[in-house]
Write a protein that binds this ligand. Structure first.
Ligand SMILES: Cc1ncc(COP(=O)(O)O)c(C=O)c1O
Length: 276
């Protein structure tokens, strides 16, 4: 179930369509977005497309498509997929051309998949998830949603092999974000998260959580925190398009608060669901 798209053509997901000289494949020379569709409507589509354009500009991709073009393409793909609750993955690369480090003068390559959303089980949400701390070994421009995810993948795999869900990344003694999500701590009823900078991805779900806390009159504070401060927090949660708002109850084997998902996290998640 689902649908694929490559440069003007819709395909089946199992069709072999990727040319060997595609720069995304050879250099990771591109950017991407993951957009959640709830009941047929993409959530925060404008914000995702805004970030896609910013990422494209940051790596100097010569895109000629407008935001409107991308929007229409995504809506067409969702419509064609006939899926109501799904994830759209869109990737733009510097095109298809014989391998050479220098920028080519060919059009960018746009590929997309639409697949059923994988839901996090109610049991997992009620129990909460676990994480490890991991050195943030990524480059200096993590605000770009670049295809180069090797350090993220290695960190996530290390977490998995330790029996955990996420790797919380630490750079220069402070938590930046996690391998595929943003990180939040709650102390005395206030929400703290790493300030936006070149060191983290400006998460769209982070933005939604900020809106949710505003509506709930909960303080949302952009502030760096250390792994020790995280361990002493009352509650911890991570956010992403696919995991939404997910409680973390144990990090490096140490319980957070009571070791159960917290009340503030739950209120934020309920408000997030209302925003959807
Ligand atoms: C490194 C990283 N940080 C944060 C996020 C969360 O971003 P969003 O809420 O836009 O999905 C992601 C999502 O994949 C990510 O890969």
């Amino acid at each position: 179930m689902g649908i694929g798209y490559i440069n003007g053509k819709f395909t089946n997901l199992d069709e072999l369509v990727l040319p060997i000289d595609e720069r995304g494949h050879q250099f990771g020379d591109g950017v991407y977005e993951v957009i959640r569709v709830y009941n047929g409507t993409p959530f925060m589509l404008d914000e995702h497309l805004d970030r896609l354009i910013n990422s494209s500009k940051a790596i100097k991709l010569p895109i000629t498509q407008t935001v409107e073009d991308f929007k229409n393409l995504i809506l067409e793909a969702v419509d064609k997929s006939q899926l109501m609750d799904c994830n759209v993955y869109m990737q733009i690369t510097r095109g298809i051309v014989t391998r050479n480090h220098l920028f080519p003068t060919v059009p960018v390559s746009i590929t997309m998949t639409v697949r059923p959303a994988k839901l996090i089980s109610q049991t997992t949400r009620e129990k909460g998830e676990t994480a490890i701390f991991h050195e943030d070994e990524r480059w200096a421009n993590c605000y770009i949603k670049s295809l180069n995810l090797l350090p993220n993948i290695l960190a996530k795999q290390t977490a998995f092999e330790a029996g955990c869900y996420e790797a919380i990344l630490v750079r220069d003694g402070y938590v930046t974000e996690a391998s595929s999500s943003n990180v939040f701590i709650i102390k005395d009823g206030k929400v703290f998260t790493t300030p936006l900078s070149k060191q983290i991805l400006p998460g769209i779900t982070r933005m939604a959580v900020k809106n949710a806390t505003n509506l709930l009159n909960i303080d949302f504070i952009d502030k760096n925190f250390t792994p020790e401060e995280l361990l002493e927090a009352d509650e911890v949660f991570v956010t992403s398009t696919t995991s939404e708002v997910l409680p973390i109850v144990k990090v490096d084997g140490k319980l957070i608060g009571t070791g159960k998902p917290g009340e503030v996290t739950n209120r934020i998640y309920q408000q997030f669901l209302k925003l959807i």
